[in-house]
Design a protein around this ligand. Structure first.
Ligand code: AGP
Length: 611
């Protein structure tokens, strides 16, 4: 979950590298650094963010037409100047940046130390650059590329690497195993990055590297071979990404922009897929829909917010298509010797398409013969390229670390999948399908109506900015929304928050309730409203502060709750798409009030590409 950039061409690369790192900071922001080749290798790096690095080099900015850069999320070694990337070999003639985890770095470091190599940092990454140099020193007849290849054969773990050698002024070397890397091809210049956001303003022509590949990048050229030195011909893709899509667009934070983009994101996710009368056209799944419909069950694997949307998917698919669904934490699923076979299907859900545990779960399911499916937001991501079939959410780039539009777009895709399966399995009639389709088509406008309450929700946030804890309660389709609301709050405001199925409160959490405990109660589904009333009474009886997210018709809920956020009526199955919006805004505003770094919360990164 670090960010890597590289440039080789005719322009001065410093600004290109720094701007690119700024676009990748959501992947990690403990420390940052660049290495520029100009005669020798000039390395500038420091703990902190890219702007700290810019301040550090302002006095004597390195210049050159070849360079690499890195923004770090620390895995081995604290985030300080020494552990920041790039790392130099002992001679100072090789510089390297790394995203991933070298699992056998301790053994390699011991071997290299025994050979007299000295290390500057505590990182696993530095072992790779020292190993490359040791291999070159042991056989000077080797090419630099061959030495890299030999080094990587000794390495276990994951890497995305960009490497430069002081004696090769026109060459960037990049390699990939488990951490994303793509190459942008411009006119007489080339770019390397962990994703497309640093590249899109210079070129829309990209080559995606796959695991086990090593590429030699020149100005406008890219030669790819396998780690076993087999030449490859890689497809050059055209990026659909636009520059303004990755700018803040006048919002103070990406997260707020992305919250407000949800009406458009859902409309884009539905476009061409939701047909009049309730038909569904999911092109990416058309060849496998029958196989999914006939599977004994559908397993969903994901992490974090995507796991929450998977839980909504379980309620949706079982409710509409009567197909058994099991939702798994990807990190648990992959180690459980899962009971999947040729007739099963696994759906991996991931905004980034690069979450290591989710990809590992997908590979585990594929190895057992299961059909592998994906719901993903990033075109060309690892998950998108490794699944048998899938659905893109078309939500546009999500830069804020806290996932918002990705969640609602994932749920939208899951509604479409559930409806498509219901048609295949004959569990929905024409009227039911048409009603669901009409309600789904109305969701973007209903979200816009909730967003119009932003000021009222801010006033509510102002009252609870310094609450020490929060409890979120929901039932049925909105139990996952309670989990999601709690995650949003804790990950950007650092307030401890828990989500629970509302009935579970009596089995322990009710002991937490006192007048200092705000309890967000999602009472937005008709079929659970009576029981939610009982829960609200139980909270009030213990002086808990009830914040109800509810619909206009829930008069008793509104009478009992201390604070009310109204959301429009919709079908119970679609209520998560609406109930989550106030919770996103509440978390956002509380975090802003607390002076937290909303887009780059401490200790987090947008894409968890390490296990
Ligand atoms: C959600 O707000 C968090 N940023 C995090 O839980 C995230 O959902 C999780 O890391 C999964 O990411 P993915 O969807 O890209 O796989």
């Amino acid at each position: 979950m670090c960010g890597i950039v590289g440039y080789v061409g005719s322009r001065d690369c410093r600004e290109i590298l720094l701007k690119g790192l700024g676009r990748l900071e959501y992947r990690g922001y403990d420390s940052a650094g660049i290495a520029v080749l100009n005669g020798g290798l000039h390395v500038a790096k420091c703990a902190g963010k890219v702007r700290d690095l810019e301040n550090r080099i302002a006095v004597a900015p390195p210049t050159g037409t070849l360079g690499i850069g890195h923004t770090r999320w620390a895995t081995h070694g604290p985030p300080d100047d020494t552990n920041a990337h790039p790392h130099l070999s002992q001679s100072g003639r090789i510089a390297l940046v790394h995203n991933g985890i070298i699992e056998n770095y301790t053994a390699l470091k011991q071997t290299l130390t025994a050979k007299g190599r000295t290390f500057q940092s505590q990182t696993d990454s530095e072992v790779v650059v020292q190993l490359i140099e040791e291999i070159l020193a042991s056989d000077p007849t080797l090419s630099f590329e061959a030495a890299i290849r030999l080094a990587l054969r000794q390495v276990t773990g994951t890497y995305g690497l960009a490497i430069v050698h002081a004696t090769e002024p026109g060459r960037l070397y990049v390699a990939r195993r488990g951490s994303p890397l793509l190459v942008g091809l411009g006119a007489g210049e080339s770019f390397v990055a962990s994703d497309a956001t640093p590249i899109v303003e210079y070129t829309n022509k990209v080559v995606y590297l796959d695991d086990g590949e090593l590429a030699v990048i020149g100005p406008g050229t890219c030669e790819v071979r396998t780690i076993d030195d087999v030449p490859l011909t890689k497809e050059v893709h055209e990026l659909a990404l636009s520059l303004d899509a990755i700018e803040k667009g006048g919002y103070p934070h990406f997260m707020l922009k992305e919250i407000h983009e949800q009406p458009r994101a859902i409309a884009d996710c539905l476009r061409g897929r939701l047909l009049p009368g309730g038909g569904v056209q999911l092109g990416g799944l058309s060849t496998v829909l029958d196989r999914i419909a006939q599977a004994p069950k559908l397993t969903i694997a994901a992490c974090g917010t995507s796991w929450h949307s998977g839980l909504v998917g379980e309620y949706l698919i079982e409710h509409l298509a009567r197909l058994p669904v099991e939702v798994e934490y990807a990190s648990e699923f992959r180690y459980r010797e899962p009971l999947l076979g040729d007739h099963d299907a696994l759906l991996a859900i991931s905004q980034s398409g690069e979450t290591a545990d989710t990809i590992a779960a997908l590979r585990e399911a594929k190895a057992r013969g299961a059909l592998s499916l994906g719901i993903c937001n990033v075109v060309g991501s690892t998950l998108a390229r490794e699944t048998d079939a899938g659905v893109y959410t078309h939500a546009g780039p999500e830069i804020g670390v806290a996932s918002t539009k990705a969640f609602t777009a994932q749920v939208t895709a899951l509604v479409l999948l559930a409806l498509a399966l219901a048609h295949r399995r004959g569990t929905i009639d024409r009227e039911g399908a048409a009603t669901l389709a009409d309600e789904l088509a109305a969701i973007p406008a209903k979200i816009a109506a909730i967003l119009a309450q932003e000021a009222a929700i801010k006033m509510l946030a102002d009252r609870f900015t310094y609450a020490p804890n929060f409890l979120y309660l929901g039932r049925s389709f909105n139990f996952p929304v309670a989990l999601e609301g709690a995650l949003k709050l804790k990950e950007i405001s650092y307030i401890h928050a828990e989500g629970y199925p509302a009935a579970e409160m009596k089995h322990g959490p009710i002991a937490l309730i006192d007048r200092l405990m705000p309890v967000v109660v999602i009472a937005a589904t008709a079929h659970t409203s009576d029981k939610m009333l009982a829960n609200i009474e139980e909270v009030k009886a213990r002086q808990g502060r009830v914040i109800a997210v509810t619909t206009p018709g829930q008069h008793e809920v509104k009478r009992l709750a201390e604070f009310v956020i109204e959301i429009p009526e919709t079908l119970d199955a679609l209520s998560p798409l609406l109930a989550v919006i106030p919770l996103q805004l509440l978390a956002y505003q509380i975090a802003v009030n607390r002076g937290c770094d909303v887009d780059q919360p401490r200790n987090l990164a947008k894409s968890v590409t390490v296990e």
